[in-house]
Design a binder for this molecule. Structure first.
Ligand SMILES: [Zn+2]
Length: 227
């Protein structure tokens, strides 16, 4: 992979075989991660592209369950219990949220930006797992790199929705996306010790990640969750 980085999530390697990682690169076809990066990463990991499944990502609060590969329309999160499916997501500042249960049945990958979080997308994913019979104590969640609460300056149009997660930095309002993810999970009953938040920031560490806020990049961080 040459200059590409992989981050892996140790909390997932302890599970019944859920492996989560992120890598950076370029997507050329907006909305469909089928281009060079995905192919190269899949080749490196000995994964088959025909097993990939991904949400089309429309900044919604919707999560869909599927057992079929390919794009899933009208949503920003996909959950499956199909062993061979490989979940994909592409982000550049929003939070990739990885979920898996300790029995190795369900896996979910969620795109959480402010619009999706305003529509409680992480809560919806957690509630779906619960409805499927996953006890809260058996759901493990990790987040991938996103813009951090120091870097993410917002104005009233965004801040108004998140009064509990606004900070002040040089008289500018900042938003804590990862904190919102955590609180939606806690409110759904997921124990704090099952939630692993990363402190890696896409804008603090542009040598490693990509940030839409920085330069409106077409590059994306690729998140992968497989069994
Ligand atoms: Zn930062």
């Amino acid at each position: 992979m040459g200059d590409r980085y992989f981050d892996t999530y140790p909390s997932f390697s302890r599970l019944t075989g859920a492996i989560a990682l992120t890598s950076t690169g370029t997507f050329f076809d907006d909305g469909i991660p089928v281009q060079k990066l995905t192919s190269a990463v899949f080749q490196k990991l000995n994964l088959k592209m025909e097993n990939a499944v991904w949400p089309v990502q429309i900044h919604s609060g919707t999560v869909h369950f599927t057992r079929n590969p390919g794009p899933v329309a009208g949503c920003d999160g996909v959950i499956t219990d199909h062993d061979s499916l490989i979940l994909l997501l592409r982000t550049a500042d929003c939070v990739p949220v990885f979920m898996a249960d300790t029995q190795g049945r369900f896996r979910g990958l969620i795109h959480a930006g402010w619009r999706g979080l305003r529509q409680h997308i992480v809560s919806h994913a957690a509630e779906f797992m619960k409805e499927k019979g996953v006890p809260c104590s058996e759901l493990i969640v990790a987040t991938g790199p996103s813009i951090c609460r120091e870097c993410y300056t917002v104005k009233d149009d965004v801040a108004q929705y998140f009064p509990d997660h606004i900070g002040l930095d040089d008289n500018q309002m900042t938003l804590d996306l990862q904190g919102i993810v955590r609180d939606q999970l806690l409110q759904s009953g997921i124990p704090g010790e099952n939630i692993l938040l990363t402190n890696r920031c896409t804008l603090c560490h542009t040598e490693r990640y990509v940030s839409y806020r920085l330069n409106q990049t077409h590059n994306r961080l690729l998140s992968i969750l497989r069994k």
